[in-house]
Design a protein around this ligand. Structure first.
Ligand code: CA
Length: 232
């Protein structure tokens, strides 16, 4: 697999240098931008494979940048935010970002996010758009038949658990926010819906994961949401 081209959008020079140095050391190709306008220009003219996007840019709101890019492209966007920008991060995910990094982050975290994104890209490329059977490791979901199994064992899921599992699998590799999930399931996202979501997630995991305390398939993002990982 060719190393992808990464667009790094960050106005803070030390952070930008950390990212580009890491990318360079791991043979990734990259472009940089330090404003929203340049980011959009670079994204449209070079068609990168992945974008790292800082949410706090001097000229534009990060969420607007995501909306603009999403109007023509589905390329993975990993947002970079400060801890104080937690709500921005959630808004960014709801606007179509795929993943996030919170400052300060380590080089290992950065590379791990890239690997998750690359696995997702590879999976999407190999997946026929109309495919009705989803497989991920030992997990198999037959959307047409409405059933799921782990290896030879059929999973006995409630309609709610099944719906949750389908939403996660259809967005494998992507962080889905509490708001996104509760909107899809109940059409609302009150505190109570989020509490119910946690309950259904716990019961789903008990059935899905061999070790629910160290889940293999569904990752928790505290205060943000959940993601289904692509299992080897
Ligand atoms: Ca910034």
């Amino acid at each position: 697999m060719n190393k992808p081209l990464i667009l790094v959008v960050e106005d803070d020079a030390p952070v930008r240098n950390l990212i580009t140095t890491t990318l360079k050391a791991h043979d990734y190709h990259y472009l940089t931008a330090s404003t929203g306008e340049t980011a959009i220009m670079e994204a449209s003219s070079h068609n990168p494979d992945v974008i790292f996007l800082d949410l706090g840019l001097p000229d534009m709101d990060g969420v607007d940048i995501i909306r603009r890019i999403r109007s023509w492209s589905n390329l993975p966007i990993i947002v970079i935010s400060a801890r104080s920008e937690d709500t921005d991060k959630i808004e960014a995910l709801d606007a179509g970002a795929d993943d996030y990094l919170t400052k300060p982050f380590s080089v290992e975290e950065l590379l791990a996010r890239l690997r998750v994104t690359q696995r997702r890209l590879l999976y999407m490329e190999n997946q026929a758009p109309s495919q009705s059977v989803f497989t991920n490791g030992a997990l198999k979901i037959d959307y047409a038949a409405g059933c799921a199994s782990i290896g030879e064992k059929e999973l006995h899921l409630t309609p709610m658990e099944y719906k949750l599992l389908c939403l996660l699998s259809q967005n494998v590799g992507k962080v889905l926010t509490h708001t996104f999930l509760t909107q899809k399931i109940w059409g609302s996202s009150w505190e109570n819906d989020i509490a119910s979501l946690r309950v259904f997630m716990a019961t789903l995991r008990k059935k899905l994961e061999s070790e629910p305390d160290s889940p293999q398939y569904i990752q928790t993002h505290i205060g943000v949401g959940y993601r289904m990982l692509k299992v080897e």
